[in-house]
Design a protein around this ligand. Structure first.
Ligand SMILES: [Zn+2]
Length: 343
């Protein structure tokens, strides 16, 4: 099969496009002929090398993908060749105490497609049968590949963790990335008042066109001060911060009393300055979240099936130009998902 892969960790120059052996599905696994995949920051982390994660080389990146089942392994009953599917990128063991509780993203051996195993930037990918879901009717292949990781992450944070209620307010940092845009779309669906931040006036304008009530240029102003000014000193009920070190303290300062701070990543670093006084005095809750459960993925599919939310596709690159696609993400130029066409 054609694939985009690397043989050693490093920068963009390590990315190769060429032939690799077709993967073969084992027991309980299916092979999917990929029609489209989508980029995530995870791909950059994996390519750069994650401390403690040793990969067999060569390695194929890509967590998100959609395509057609072409081969099934022994014991597969729920999926058949010819099925059009979208993949839940989170792979869990099904047997540990957390899996048995239904908390699949807490699984002791939880991993993602394209992280420990070959991913979707290829002609074919192999995944557990349980991870192949019928793709939502009405979405294009590109849109089908564009939603799983980011929408599942945002859905779990807003619905399951923060238990967001209509009428509450949320501040979403760094609008334009996959998770932040998914959170904006889900927050509007839930009836929240939404504020966003970005250093790009163009991205702020586009977020307002998508329904954000207020937009703060974090290059021009302290976003916590602006948030308090806009909310009449009250602050917002929820802040979604996947930026980490650079923004954490101001995120805490943006929250209303009893507010919730959500984190699903730390792109600027994992060791921020804290403000414990504000956390206990204002009775704030800090919540970590990673991916989601199979039940949450099913809920999300129903929402997408209804057509009330369509993922935003920034751009589409052929598989042979995956390096350029990664460059676009590294340069933070995207608004929405960068998609790879496998054909
Ligand atoms: Zn498990």
């Amino acid at each position: 099969m054609k694939a985009c892969f690397f043989r050693e960790h490093g920068g963009l120059d390590k990315i190769r496009h060429g032939d690799l052996p077709d993967p073969v599905p084992g027991p309980g696994e299916v092979r999917v002929r990929i029609r489209a995949g989508a980029l995530n920051h995870l791909d950059l982390f994996v390519r750069n090398g994650i401390p403690g994660l040793t990969l067999a080389m060569p390695h194929v990146m890509g967590a998100d993908g959609a395509g057609v089942v072409d081969l099934v392994g022994p014991g597969v009953t729920r999926v058949a060749p010819g099925d059009e599917v979208v993949l839940n990128p989170g792979i869990n063991c099904g047997a540990c105490e957390f899996c048995l509780r239904g908390e699949h993203s807490l699984c002791v051996s939880f991993h993602l497609l394209g992280e420990h195993v070959w991913g979707t930037f290829a002609g074919y990918v192999v995944a557990p049968e349980a991870n192949a879901y019928p793709r939502p009717q009405g979405l294009t292949w590109e849109e089908s590949a564009a939603f799983p990781l980011t929408f599942l992450t945002a859905w779990r944070m807003l619905v399951t963790k923060a238990k967001a209620r209509p009428g509450e307010s949320i501040l979403i940092l760094g609008i334009g990335g996959g998770v932040s845009l998914a959170a904006l779309q889900i927050a509007k669906l839930l009836g929240l008042t939404v504020g966003v931040t970005s250093g790009s006036p163009d991205k702020l304008l586009r977020a307002k066109e998508m329904g954000a009530e207020f937009a703060i240029d974090h290059g021009a102003a302290d976003f916590s001060r602006e948030t308090r000014k806009i909310t009449g000193k009250r602050g917002v009920d929820i802040v979604l911060d996947s930026v980490g070190k650079a923004t954490w303290k101001r995120s805490i300062a943006s929250l209303a009393r009893g507010g919730r701070l959500l984190t699903c990543g730390a792109t600027t670093g994992p060791d921020p300055e804290e403000d414990l006084a504000r956390i206990f005095w204002n009775q704030l809750t800090v919540m970590g979240s990673t991916m989601g459960t199979h039940a949450e993925f099913s809920d999300l599919l129903r929402i997408l099936e209804g057509g009330r939310i369509r993922p935003v596709v920034d751009s589409v690159f052929p598989l042979s130009e995956t390096r350029e696609a990664l460059r676009r993400m590294e340069e933070k130029k995207q608004f929405g998902k960068i998609v790879i066409r496998a054909d």
